[in-house]
Design a binder for this molecule. Structure first.
Ligand SMILES: [Zn+2]
Ligand SMILES: [Zn+2]
Ligand SMILES: [Zn+2]
Length: 753
């Protein structure tokens, strides 16, 4: 078993405490003995007396997630079988566990089966508090409907509202306030909800909900001064614009915003995706700005991800949906076609909620963001894609859309139709000038426009949408329009388009139409919450007009942020960019098409580091695992370091010293060059090339890790390099930099002579 360190525990079990393992074992047994309709008495006894190791701990596909999937499909047979064995208290515990894990459909079902909705844990925590803190508005609504108490306090004196404020869950706060929560409640230390929010850094947005009165006065004076400035209609000077455009184009080029570098980034993304798919059972696809190749960092294009950006993964779930207006299936096999209203498919309660779990923050950089999606049997609203026919490839018109967990403000039981795979294809086709316009729009909307406003207003998706409309408008004019000298003209045109979208409807929440689905509006962030958020639109509009009238400030801010590239190389450490999962144990490195399976290599490294850490470790087993990697020159420093460490663990200093001597003249590769991943090459070819030239590129790793890292057999400084961790309370990973470890081991071992 890979979890041989006793402190390694499923994090959810640690939070839930109080016998949840036992309940899960009962679920497991109820399921496995379904044929006999009863649990063998002696097995049940063993489980209750904790003699059996909980089986679900080692399974990614555990019985609970199975049951949660069935709940989405409305099949509660397993649940009913399990409930027959559970006490009232255990049922409440199970509900609590489902809320923690985000199994929302199952939680909604369980909610109707618990006898006491206000059942309390030992710290007086109720289900409502849990759901409120986690932002599960569907659960909060259902609990309020069942009469859950909004006044209950936990041992800190926090109510559900206090918890939602601490977590900055705006939609839940709105629900709780409407449900009669006391906004003036004070906790055990006399802190108000607003003060709690402030301590957690959510103060500015919450202020607008909790004390709408005072916030409205502030804004009143602010807009008065804006009106006083009397912004005239912009006068554009064409030749000046062209001159500045060329300068701007040069600046963007020097920071690496070119289609050539974007394509390299796209290839890296594909390579990481290929690695991830080798490790994970599900169908993971990288989406978002890293995969698009444009503006995953606004500073420069060097392979690093900006601090406010992340790596997005979309995981396609096995269930397939059929959309009215898209589906042409002849046989629906019991499924019905879903009606789509304003870009949202109308579904049964709880459908698609599971298992959309926002991964707990673990301090990993860049953050990995996973989104679960359901395939549709067909495409949808294909006209917009056809309009871009010369940009997109023919084949994307045949693609299927998918559904993701998102609703319109204040709506529920619906899933948003998502075009993210098509969008990725379009963005990947853009030329340098198009990519630069997109980068400028993203910078303007996300960084510059918010300025000192306390709400971001526009998001990356709005920049993307404007970009698509611009591509559509000018798609036949590649030569004439998409020229470096037109960059500022194009930017101004985009801003005018954004302004006219904002002004074309009177709703305070809507900002523009969806590009693919003309009847579906896009909304401002925090739309539908009312109060002072209704002023977001006018604030964004005023700021946009300011920017439109003079772009001078915008470009100064841009040049402060963007930095010319110091080196043409890309930062590329794929083994630190994978989604963190426990790899399965590998006994062999598989080779296919002439290159090794990278997932196998990652699995072996992970296994060896865990063995090094473990108290029960067999020397021969460890060394034979490391031998599997011996023939791979591209991870030579990692393998030699680990082998030397293994010898140190078993007190064989001479062998360790000998190995470190081998590394003295060894050089690792510092960054990838664009020639390696140029237009004509794909990544597989590149890595084959690395193999034959003996380049060592795989010297940084990030491994899943929950135990306290202790390596007492290593020399002092090397050991401190391994155990220094990113400060984060729920850190669940270990970073290894074998270049540093190798230098440090050489210094400490070779000094001894
Ligand atoms: Zn993201
Ligand atoms: Zn269909
Ligand atoms: Zn080569």
């Amino acid at each position: 078993m890979i979890n041989d360190t006793p402190s390694t525990e499923h994090p959810a079990a640690a939070w839930a405490g109080e016998n949840i393992e036992q309940i899960l074992d009962i679920i497991y047994l109820a399921k496995s003995s379904a044929d006999q309709q009863e649990i063998p008495a002696d097995e049940l006894r063993k489980i209750q007396e904790r003699e059996l190791r909980p089986m679900w701990l080692d399974q990614t596909d555990n019985p609970l997630s199975n049951m949660a999937r069935n709940a989405v499909a409305g099949d509660n047979a397993d649940l009913d079988r399990t409930l027959a064995y559970l006490t009232d208290q255990q049922t409440s515990l199970l509900l609590r566990h489902c809320i923690l894990l985000g199994h929302l459909a199952l939680a909604l079902t369980l909610l109707t089966r618990v006898s006491d909705v206000d059942w309390k844990m030992s710290n007086n925590e109720t289900a409502l508090m849990l759901a409120a803190g986690a932002g599960h508005h569907e659960i909060v609504t259902a609990l309020l409907h069942r009469g859950a108490s909004v006044e209950a306090e936990d041992s800190e004196g926090w109510t559900a509202l206090s918890r939602a404020c601490r977590a900055g869950q705006l939609r839940v706060i709105r629900l709780l306030l409407d449900g009669g929560s006391d906004a003036d409640h004070l906790d055990r230390l006399g802190r108000s909800c607003l003060q709690l929010a402030e301590q957690c850094g959510h103060q500015r947005q919450l202020l607008r909900l909790l004390s709408e009165q005072s916030a409205e006065q502030d804004v009143g004076t602010a807009s008065a001064t804006l009106d006083g400035q009397s912004i005239g209609s912009p006068v554009d000077n064409q030749s000046l614009d062209e001159e500045q455009s060329l300068e701007l184009h040069q600046w963007l080029n020097s920071a690496g915003f070119t289609s050539e570098r974007a394509q390299s980034l796209q290839r890296f993304a594909d390579f990481i995706q290929q690695m991830a798919r080798g490790m994970l059972p599900e169908n993971w696809t990288m989406t978002g700005s890293y995969a698009d190749g444009w503006a995953n960092s606004l500073i420069q294009v060097n392979g690093r991800t900006g601090a406010d950006s992340d790596i997005d993964w979309t995981i396609i779930m096995p269930q397939v949906f059929h959309l009215a207006g898209g589906c042409h299936c002849e046989e629906l096999r019991g499924n019905k076609r879903l009606q789509v209203v304003q870009g949202h498919a109308q579904v049964e309660v709880g459908t698609g909620n599971q298992p959309a779990v926002a991964a707990a923050a673990c301090g990993m950089r860049p953050a990995q963001d996973t989104c679960y999606a359901f395939d549709c049997c067909s495409g949808y609203c294909k006209q917009a894609l056809m309009d871009l026919q010369e940009i997109t490839r023919e084949d994307s018109i045949r693609d299927c859309v998918h559904l993701v967990k998102a609703t319109r403000p204040n709506a529920s039981n619906e899933l948003r139709v998502s075009f993210s795979f098509e969008e990725k294809k379009i963005l990947r086709k853009m030329n340098s000038v198009q990519g630069q316009l997109f980068t400028l729009l993203k910078f303007t909307f996300k960084r510059y426009l918010p300025g000192n406003l306390d709400t971001p207003g526009l998001k990356t998706y709005n920049a993307k949408t404007i970009m698509f409309f611009m591509l559509k408008r000018h798609h036949r004019e590649e030569e004439a329009e998409w020229q470096p000298k037109n960059l500022i003209k194009l930017l101004k045109e985009s801003l005018d388009m954004m302004l006219s979208f904002i002004e074309s409807n009177s709703s305070p929440d809507e900002c523009m139409p969806h590009f693919f689905m003309p009847d579906a509006p896009l909304y401002f962030k925090n739309a539908g919450l009312g109060g002072d958020f209704d002023n977001t639109k006018s604030m964004v509009r005023d700021r946009l007009r300011q920017v439109r009238s003079s772009t001078e400030d915008l470009f100064q801010a841009l040049q402060k942020l963007m930095q010319p590239l110091q080196s043409k190389s890309f930062y590329f450490h794929p083994f630190t960019l994978l989604p963190l999962t426990q790899p399965s144990i590998k006994r062999k490195i598989h080779i296919s098409g002439g290159y090794p399976h990278y997932a196998d290599v990652y699995g072996v490294i992970c296994y060896c580091v865990k063995k090094l850490h473990s108290k029960s470790c067999d020397k021969e087993d460890l060394l034979s695992q490391l031998k599997l990697l011996e023939s791979l020159p591209w991870c030579k420093s990692a393998v030699i370091c680990l082998t030397a460490m293994a010898h140190l663990k078993f007190k064989d200093i001479t062998c360790a010293v000998q190995l470190m001597k081998e590394l003295i003249s060894h050089k690792v590769m510092n960054g990838l060059k664009i020639e390696h991943c140029g237009r004509r090459n794909n990544c597989t070819k590149f890595f084959l090339c690395c193999q034959s030239h003996g380049l060592d590129w795989a010297w940084r790793f990030c491994l899943p890790w929950t135990a306290v890292p202790e390596f007492p057999f290593l020399p002092e400084f090397t050991s401190s390099l391994l155990t220094a961790r990113i400060e984060h309370p729920r850190s669940s990973h270990l970073y290894l930099n074998f270049r540093c470890l190798s230098w440090s081991l050489q210094a400490e071992l070779l000094d001894r002579g």
